[in-house]
Ligand binder design. Structure first.
Ligand code: SR1
Ligand code: MG
Length: 392
């Protein structure tokens, strides 16, 4: 597979040709800012303050390098997510200005006046209402792309068109298997060897197996698929945007909530070892804030359910209970991989060695409790998280 990769030097000409009028290409400031695991990201701004972001899928995993080839078709999936989610959740995602399927380039709204939520949390910032906004985003996706909001034939066609085996395989391996099986590409501090081994008991493996099976078989909605705090941008006025939806596919709704919760757990562990009690107490409220907003939004949409013959009120209660319980389980798998898997996160990695080990132990304690006890409410997940990170 060959296609031309963008560079800071070639970006202005590309915009001139493909996206005329969006910015003034005569004096364009172009910065490659990609700090994720996969893609090139160029922020392009003109002197009048107009900007556009070009995101190009590399044909390999950036985190590892060309030795791990990876389909750039993920850019097609991300464009699909923005188009579909934009129909009912435009305020929670960036505008898509254009998509180039030949060079796998997305032209996106410049969100330079926002910052990545993970960085904000790591720095101890509070962005009030961001968790609720993401809860509402997940609810709208859950309703409007599923059998609840669309006719069955439409859902079947969209689910088939959105199948994304290579991207899903990454999650199945890195999140739902390898923290519990061990793998060559896992890595962790020497001090965490015992904690890592404690995730490889038959009971924990069976719990992970149950969640992996749910991930691979429960095609509920066109979920974001990678909604961790590094996939959310926040701004002081409350604007909150989910981006990087390249892992979207028809999967379990609980998974999107779970990735938020897992990454609240890691930031909570950071707060605990740094003695940031006030920030930690606030982070601990985000589990319920996101769940309550999800539930309120979903219940508000429910009267519009397409097939109310059996999708009735008692069904709704059961479905919500299942989502809550599965969110706790999926959150455990995501939190585990941030400590012992391939892709770690700054919340933990930027700590000094002793604090880092204590935070890692705390997170693994949370993982074990969530997998073995499977709490049924966001409040219980938060309580478990606070207890275990304090133990570190
Ligand atoms: C090999 S890719 C590792 C991770 O980066 C992405 O952001 C996803 O979270 C994936 O699991
Ligand atoms: Mg990403």
């Amino acid at each position: 597979m060959t296609y031309e990769l963008l560079t800071p030097e070639s970006a202005p000409g590309y915009i001139e040709e493909r996206l005329p009028g969006l910015v003034d290409t005569a004096a364009l400031d172009v910065r490659e800012v990609g700090d994720g695991n996969l893609n090139l990201v160029f922020v392009c701004q003109d002197t009048a303050g107009r900007g556009v972001v070009l995101k190009q899928a590399l044909p390999y995993v950036r985190l590892v390098g060309p030795s791990w080839p990876f389909t750039p078709e993920r850019a097609v999936a991300e464009a699909r997510a923005y188009a579909e989610h934009g129909a009912f959740a435009a305020e929670f995602i960036p505008d898509l200005h254009g998509f180039d399927p030949e060079r796998y380039v997305l032209a996106l709204e410049d969100l330079s006046d926002h910052r990545v939520w993970r960085g904000a949390l790591t720095d101890g910032e509070r962005h009030e209402g961001a968790a609720a906004r993401m809860g509402r985003y997940v609810a709208r996706v859950a309703f409007h792309t599923s059998l609840f909001g669309l006719p069955a034939d439409v859902v079947k066609a969209r689910a088939a068109a959105s199948i994304s085996p290579d991207l899903c395989e990454i999650t199945e391996d890195l999140v739902l298997t390898e923290p519990f099986s061990g793998a060559e590409r896992n890595w962790f501090q020497d001090e965490l060897a015992g904690a890592a081994a404690s995730l490889q008991t038959a009971e924990i493996q069976a719990a992970a197996g149950e969640l992996k099976y749910a991930f691979m078989t429960r095609a509920e909605a066109l979920i974001h698929g990678d909604l961790h705090t590094g996939s959310v941008m926040v701004r002081a006025d409350g604007s909150t945007k989910a981006f990087d939806s390249e892992f979207c596919f028809y999967g379990p709704v609980a998974f999107d909530l779970a990735l938020l919760w897992a990454n609240f757990v890691v930031t909570l562990a950071r707060d605990a070892v740094l003695g940031r009690d006030e920030h930690g107490a606030w982070v601990a409220t985000l589990f319920e804030e996101s769940w309550d907003a999800f539930e309120d939004e979903f219940r508000a949409l429910w009267p519009g359910v397409v097939d109310p013959r059996v999708y009735n009120e008692p069904f709704l209660e059961r479905w919500l209970a299942e989502v809550r319980r599965d969110a706790a389980g999926f959150a455990a798998t995501e939190a585990a991989r941030r400590i012992v898997g391939l892709a770690h996160v700054d919340d933990i990695e930027s700590l000094a060695s002793a604090e880092r080990a204590a935070a890692g132990r705390g997170v693994i304690g949370v993982v074990r409790r969530l997998l073995l006890d499977r709490p049924e409410t966001a409040a219980e997940v938060s309580a478990v998280a606070r207890e275990e990170v304090a133990r570190g």
